[in-house]
Design a protein around this ligand. Structure first.
Ligand code: E4P
Length: 219
């Protein structure tokens, strides 16, 4: 499973990249707005920190404007994956430009049927949102396993990028369901390290070691 960081914050990206386990980054207009830095500038900064696929999302909604915007974003860096919403215009843009070699992440996917559209359009990734479905009392994780199964049935090359993951449990369940990628807020990536038995075990190992060698030293 690839791990992408779901943030546009450079400090978080540097920390995550430093651990050596981050394969890419996803951003969205809300995450960019939170940082207060123009999209292209922030995307260039992100590309300099993480060497992996970086999703940069269009803000146009019409095909005629989305196409030049997607081309402009893709030209920023070879690692850019253009993110478009799962709308008629987004799918039409994906179908047209993926034939030219531009890679797409089709986002805001909330149903298996929508995910089939993304795959047929030639998207590199589809982003089903787990947490936002859970928020409306629908099972977000079932959507991940359903899409993985459908893609396997037909040999679609599009990768399932589990998005809107809110907890370590979400990450493990998405992995179990077969998601190719999980995009994680920094807080969730950080929480994945934690287990009380790891802390307890390490504490005991170090105490035993210190005790044994102190005893040797006092003989
Ligand atoms: C990433 O691609 C998505 O935009 C993001 O995971 C959405 O997460 P949220 O539902 O927690 O805002």
């Amino acid at each position: 499973m690839k791990f992408f960081l779901d943030t546009a914050n450079l400090d978080e990206l540097r920390k995550g990249a430093d651990w050596g386990i981050v394969d890419g980054v996803t951003t969205n207009p809300s995450l960019i707005a939170k940082e207060g830095i123009p999209l292209e500038e922030r995307i260039r900064q992100i590309c300099a920190i993480v060497d992996g696929d970086i999703s940069a999302e269009v803000v146009s909604t019409k095909f005629e404007e989305m196409v030049p915007e997607a081309r402009k974003l893709a030209a920023i860096h070879k690692n850019i994956v253009v993110k478009v919403p799962l709308t008629r215009d987004g799918i039409k843009t994906t179908a047209k430009l993926s034939k030219e070699g531009i890679r797409f992440n089709v986002t805001l996917c909330f149903s298996s049927g929508q995910a089939i559209l993304a795959a047929k359009a030639g998207a590199t990734y589809v982003s089903p949102f787990v947490g936002r479905l859970d928020d409306i009392a629908q099972d977000g994780m079932t959507l991940i396993s359903d899409i993985c199964q459908i893609y396997r049935n037909y040999g679609f090359k599009t990768e399932v990028l589990a998005a809107s993951l809110r907890s370590p449990l979400h990450v493990a369940q998405a992995a179990l369901a077969g998601a190719h990628v999980g995009t994680l807020p920094f807080k969730v990536l950080d929480m994945l390290f934690n287990h009380p038995l790891t802390d307890k075990g390490l504490d005991q190992f170090l105490k035993d070691y210190a005790k044994a060698f102190q005893e040797v030293g006092t003989r």
